[in-house]
Design a protein around this ligand. Sequence first.
Ligand SMILES: Cc1cc2nc3c(=O)[nH]c(=O)nc-3n(C[C@H](O)[C@H](O)[C@H](O)COP(=O)(O)OP(=O)(O)OC[C@H]3O[C@@H](n4cnc5c(N)ncnc54)[C@H](O)[C@@H]3O)c2cc1C
Length: 534
Amino acid sequence: MGNDSVTRVEQSYPRRMHDVVIVGAGTAGCVLASRLTEDPGVSVLLIEAGHRSRKLETKIPAAFSRLYRTSVDWGDSTTPQSGLDGREVVFPRGRMLGGSAAMNAMMVLRGHRADYDDWAARGCTGWSWADIEPAFARSARAEFPLAELPERHVLAEAFVHAAQAVGIPYSEDLNAEDNAGVGFVPVSQRRGRRFSVLDGYLGAARRRPNLTVVTAALVTRVLLEGDRAIGVTYRVEGEDEVEDEALAGAEVILCAGAIGTPQLLQLSGIGPRAALENVGIEVRHELPGVGANLLDHLANGLLVRTKGVETLATAESLRNLATWALCGRGPLTSNLGEAVAFVRTRPDLPAPDLELLLAPVLFEEEGLKQPTEHGLTLAVVLLRPRSVGTVTLHSADPRALPAIDPGYLGDPGGEDVATMLHGLRLARRILSQEPLAGFVDAELLPGPDARSDDDLRAHIRQLSQTLYHPAGTCRMGSDPVAVVDPLLRVRGLDSLRIADASVIPVLPSGHTNWPTVMIAERAATFVAAATTRG
Ligand SMILES: Cc1cc2nc3c(=O)[nH]c(=O)nc-3n(C[C@H](O)[C@H](O)[C@H](O)COP(=O)(O)OP(=O)(O)OC[C@H]3O[C@@H](n4cnc5c(N)ncnc54)[C@H](O)[C@@H]3O)c2cc1C
């Protein structure tokens, strides 16, 4: 079942009232739209800025980075990052049906039990591991299957053995309550093709008469009547001057992602007063937390030229394309991030704070360069960053991209750099162990001359990139700066909820897609409870 399965995309833009209007058809929006329309008595309008993509690269797992900087990517970069020598980091996010789930690396890793107990301890009442685990379990069925890669690359196998040789235990299940250890990554694939929430969740809902999906419609504002959200305004692509309205009888739910949701709230006059006044937007509802607390997983690593092994550098061939298309097998089924190790830099930590990730290819220039020689990437990922940033508006024009400043490596204590450094040294130790060492021809970056801590710190600043996990910009909590309460309702307003990666209060020691699915699953139960009561 491909993207084509979502056939009921309407190109006439409805004015009639729906019960629920959902903004953004990414990971969360697809889950929510599907779950809410299981009740035939609830009508849902799902509005997406992008189109339904027909690009083959959204289906071929190994091709996901080919989507960067194309029409299905918003095309963001961060602001100049002082922690990264002033570089502007390439910052992909999906702009199409399926959102970032249609361009991500398909890794299904939810983190550690302690991550969610920590959410609860921080004021997210009802979000402890025991509370949320049923929602993970509910999602991991036909709609969101966790699969093994059809083929494991020999370098991924070698990495898993080499990591054990330095004392990292093998993990049969990287989604166990304690996710520490090294193992092979479960993926959201079916028969060697991407199988995302778009295929699973939205595909299941595609014939329901109570679901309307519109594409190429940029939502520009949440409509408020007093303190109540009554709908949204949007502009259809190609008709930029015309603003239309979609009304919600029960609720508006924002699923525009960790960048899009705070941007839309600020465009609507909901956010920090000074930031809104800076760009000439009238404050409708002051909420200082909107756009604050931007968290992201930063990645760096070793780039290594390999010998005696065919890597994904040569995966792109007609033969491999035919094998993939006809049999769902071959190197194009690789999601690149085939194996990972989750480790603690100190034994007393409640959850791993570092991830080591093996890709059987050179991942160069933030994924924009196609590899020209055989090699591997052993990435080091900072799982519990102390650095935080912001999403603010450059202008009041809803078509302008917002200012994304993750503040990478900006923590005053310098602990993020120190953790990254620890990871690079550990990565080198793993690389020196058999059977992985046997495939190493030469370390290309940072290179054998980079030995001192200062050399490695310089490498970290010059070459770190995002692992594409922005979160936290509309943080859930019970304190005055939290943007949503534990039922995901925007504080101080009625009939407005947020259900996407922006509500994540602290990044999990895993990846963000499955946690976002879980958040949307829970949001669906909250909305159902509210609409039934009401
Ligand atoms: C390249 C890449 C690789 C990744 N790899 C992985 C991985 O392997 N594993 C993992 O767990 N996570 C991964 N992630 C992260 C994961 O995909 C995201 O955390 C998750 O998709 C977030 O879901 P979301 O619903 O919050 O946002 P999104 O999926 O980004 O959805 C937001 C949607 O809202 C739409 N939108 C935004 N603004 C508006 C507006 N004003 N009007 C209308 N529509 C709007 C967008 O176009 C988009 O479709 C990756 C992400 C990227 C970009």
